[in-house]
Design a protein around this ligand. Sequence first.
Ligand code: MG
Length: 373
Amino acid sequence: MIELAPYAVSEHNTRGRAVPEEAPFGRSEFQRDRDRIVHSTAFRRLEYKTQVFVNHEGDLFRTRLTHSIEVAQIARSIARHLKLNEDLVEAISLAHDLGHTPFGHAGQDALNACMKDYGGFEHNLQSLRVVDVLEEHYAAFDGLNLCFETREGILKHCALESAARLGTVGERFLNKQRPSLEAQIANLADEIAYNNHDVDDGLRSGLLTLEQLGAVKLFAWHLDAVRLAYPKLDDRRLIHETKRRMINTLVTDLIRETEKNIRTHAVFDIAEVRAAPSLVAFSAEVHGQNRELKAFLHTHLYRHYQVMRMSAKARRIISELFHAFMEESRLLPPQYHRQAETDRARTVSDYIAGMTDRYAIREHRRIFAVEET
Ligand code: MG
C-alpha cells in the first residue's frame, strides 16, 4: 500500500460513522464505504438514469453509472499520484450522483420547481439523503452509515439554509471551509469526465460536429495534432484519440497545479487543508480552456433543440407525476403510504427522484393512459 501524505484523510484522522461499528476485517473503512455504495439500490439504478440523453434514446450514450465509473477512474489516478486516499475518492465518485432524478438536469429542475413550497429539491442533498436515510439494507441503521469524509464529499454544494439543518456535515458551508483534498478531487474529476464524454456523445449523436468543435481551443489543439500525426485516421478513432488527449491534458495540469498549491500553502494536515482556499485546481490557462469547452457545450449541446424537446417531455412527466401523487397519495406504492401521511411532498419527491428514466415513463403511462392499468 502506498503511504499517504500527511494531509490525506486516513483511518487515523477520520471523524468516523454516526453509528459506531467494529473496524472491518481485511479492508479499510473507506473500502467498506465504497463496497456499501456498490451494493446499494440507488447505485444499480444509475444504469438507467441519464445526464443529457434520455435512456431510451440510444444504447450508445453514457448513463450515470458509466459516468460515475469514469469519474472514479479519473479521481483515483489523481489521488494516487498525490498520495491521497484513493479509496475515499473512489467512494465519493461512485456515490456523487446517487440522488439524481430521472432525465438529468431537466428532471431535477422540474422536481425542484414542484417542491418550491416544500423545501425544494437539490440533487447533492438528495445524494446525501440516499446514503443517510433512504437505503434500507442494514438491520442496525437507516442508510449506509458512511464515514463523515465520504458524506462530506458527496455533499458538494448546498444552500445555506439546508447546511444549517445538516449538523456537522453542513458546517463547512457556514464556516466557509473547504472539504478534504479527496472531495475536491472527486468534484473536478466529475467535471473532467462529463465535459469530455458529452463531447463524445454529442458527436456520436450527430448533435455536434467536428467543425463546430474546431472553435474550442482545447479540442482544436489536440484534433490538429492527431490529424497531423495520423492523416488517414477515420473520424471515430480521431474523436477518441482527441478526447483521450484532452483528458490527459486536464488531469496532468490538475496534478501539477495542485502540487504547486499544496507547496505554496504549506499544508501539513487535514485541518490546514480545510482552512486553506481550494487547493485542487487547474492552472489559469487550462481553467480558461476548460471554461470555454463548458460554455460551448451549454450553447450547442444542452440547448440543442432536440435536447430541449427531450427536456420538455421530461419536465412534463415529472411534474404530472408529482401533482398526481400530491392530489391522491393512494396512487403511491403501499410502502410509501405511511410516510406520506406525515410528509407527503417529501415522500413523493423521494419516490420520483429514485425512479429511472424508463420507470418514470412507464409510471406516467400507468397513471395517465386509459388503456393501461
Ligand atoms: Mg456527476
